[in-house]
Write a protein that binds this ligand. Structure first.
Ligand SMILES: Nc1ncnc2c1ncn2[C@@H]1O[C@H](COP(=O)(O)OP(=O)(O)O)[C@@H](O)[C@H]1O
Ligand SMILES: [Mg+2]
Length: 236
């Protein structure tokens, strides 16, 4: 995925197997968000291909692609401030199944379940602006899982959260994995990544610099070097 002369993601090849959490680590600007955008069809690849169940999907339109069971959350909060928590979550079901927001009744159980799973029960009628930052991020996760995706991609879902909020999100993601949900998680908190993920990909300058079991990836010299002087050295 190149933007003019910027090789945001370059010569990278990864495999995702079902039912695991894959972490993506890398310093700012290393191409993590672009990788997620490519995997979710938010951008068109400049070269290469994407395969899902053996089917090529890098050319199918993003709108159609949403129905293949791939959902994402964004690096910055993207909730509709004028809608309630429940209405925001309902949008996730609408997006995938093409229903209108006013078609109440349909999908109510899924909406209630997603709200319960993400610890938002009791907050259904609130608007995002009335919630803590951590709760807003959980609304985004609820919106992403309401249509029961097979693959969920999360871009820094715990950025700006405190330690206990981060642990809650980590526990939620692990619970979703136990139900078979495959996930790709971008996060900077190295300890959280080691505790949460089954497999890590480390990136630098758009390239994959390490790939494997979390505990060994974070100890690889190339990975440590990419983070030298950053948060990395405090954790590993
Ligand atoms: N839409 C875009 N147009 C031009 N350059 C972009 C675009 N999106 C990302 N980039 C560049 O691609 C590189 C990787 O960015 P990004 O994927 O956001 O990294 P990360 O998420 O790891 O911080 C950066 O150099 C960034 O400036
Ligand atoms: Mg990013």
């Amino acid at each position: 995925m190149h933007f003019g002369g910027v090789k945001a993601v370059d010569g990278l090849s990864i495999d995702l197997t079902e039912g695991s959490i894959f972490g993506v680590l890398g310093p700012n600007g290393s191409g993590k968000s672009t990788l997620l955008a490519a995997l979710t069809r938010f951008v068109d690849l400049t070269a290469g291909s994407l395969h899902l169940d053996g089917e090529e999907y890098h050319r199918i339109p993003a709108a159609t692609f949403a129905r293949r069971g791939v959902a994402r959350t964004f690096q910055t909060v993207r909730l509709l401030p004028g809608l309630t928590v429940e209405e925001n979550v309902r949008l996730g079901a609408d997006r995938i199944r093409g229903r209108g927001i006013r078609e109440r009744g349909k999908g109510d159980d899924d909406v209630a379940e997603a709200i319960g799973r993400t610890g938002l029960r009791g907050l259904e009628r609130h608007r995002p602006g009335e919630l803590s930052y951590g709760a807003q991020r959980r609304v985004e996760i609820a919106r992403a899982i309401v249509a029961k995706p097979r693959l969920l991609l999360l871009d820094e879902p715990t950025a700006g959260m405190n330690q206990s909020e981060r642990q809650e999100i980590s526990a939620l993601l692990r619970e979703l994995r136990e139900e078979g949900l495959t996930q790709v998680l971008v996060e900077h908190d190295v300890q959280m990544m080691v505790d949460t993920c089954d497999h890590l990909f480390a990136m630098n300058f758009g390239k994959l610099i390490a790939d494997g079991v979390p505990a060994s990836v974070v100890r690889e010299p190339a990975v440590r070097e990419a983070y030298l002087g950053k948060r990395w050295s405090e954790h590993v």
